[in-house]
Design a protein around this ligand. Structure first.
Ligand code: PNS
Length: 161
C-alpha cells in the first residue's frame, strides 16, 4: 500500500448533488490521506434537492471502491466539527480561477477560527473543471443529459425526484 499522511482529513461541502468532480477530488485525496471523511453541511441550503441523509447514502454508494473514505453530516461551523473529530486538514477542490476568491476567503476565515486546521486545495482533472452542482441541477431541471457529470446512481436518484 502507498504511504499516506496519518490522521484525518475532512472533505467538506454541500454535495447537492455529488458529481464526478467531487469523486475526482475524493479519489485524489484518498491516495494522500490515511482517512478522509466527506462532511456534508446539513444547513447549507434551504432549496436543497436531496436531504442530507439522501446525500450521505448516495455518496456512500458512489465511494464503495475507496475503503479509507467515510461520510458524515455536520451542523454549525466546519472548524468546530474538525476540532471535535481531531481532523488536521480540510480538503477543497479547485476547478478554475473564479473559485479562488470564495475559497481563499473561506480558508482564511477557517484558519482564523482554528489555526491548527490546514486547508489544502487539490485541482480537479481538467475533464471535470466545468462541473458544478448548481449547473448540474439547472441542466437536469430542463430535462438535459447530465450523465457525463454525475455517477449513474446519482442520476437515477435525480430522475426519481
Ligand atoms: O460545496 P460548498 O457549498 O461550496 O461547501 C461550502 C461549505 C459547506 C464547506 C461551507 O459553507 C461551510 O463550511 N459551511 C459550514 C459553516 C461554516 O463553517 N462556515 C464558515 C466558513 S466561511
Amino acid at each position: 500500500m502507498e504511504k499516506r499522511i496519518k490522521g484525518l482529513a475532512l472533505y467538506p461541502g454541500s454535495f447537492d448533488p455529488f458529481t464526478f468532480g467531487h469523486l475526482d477530488i475524493l479519489e485524489r485525496s484518498s491516495r494522500i490521506f490515511e482517512t478522509i471523511v466527506v462532511t456534508i453541511a446539513r444547513n447549507s441550503s434551504k432549496n436543497a434537492l436531496f436531504t442530507p441523509a439522501e446525500r450521505k447514502e448516495l455518496i456512500e454508494e458512489c465511494t464503495h471502491h475507496l475503503p479509507n473514505v467515510q461520510t458524515e453530516m455536520f451542523d454549525g461551523l466546519l472548524v468546530e466539527f474538525a476540532k471535535e473529530r481531531g481532523a488536521s486538514a480540510l480538503v477543497r477542490g479547485l476547478r478554475q480561477v473564479s473559485d479562488f476568491d470564495y475559497e481563499f476567503r473561506m480558508a482564511f476565515a477557517n484558519r482564523r477560527l482554528a489555526p491548527n486546521v490546514e486547508t489544502l486545495f487539490l485541482m480537479t482533472s481538467e475533464h471535470h473543471a466545468l462541473i458544478s452542482a448548481s449547473i448540474v441541477r439547472e441542466i437536469h431541471s430542463h430535462g438535459g443529459d447530465i450523465s457525463s457529470f454525475v455517477p449513474a446512481r446519482v442520476l437515477q436518484a435525480m430522475n426519481n425526484k
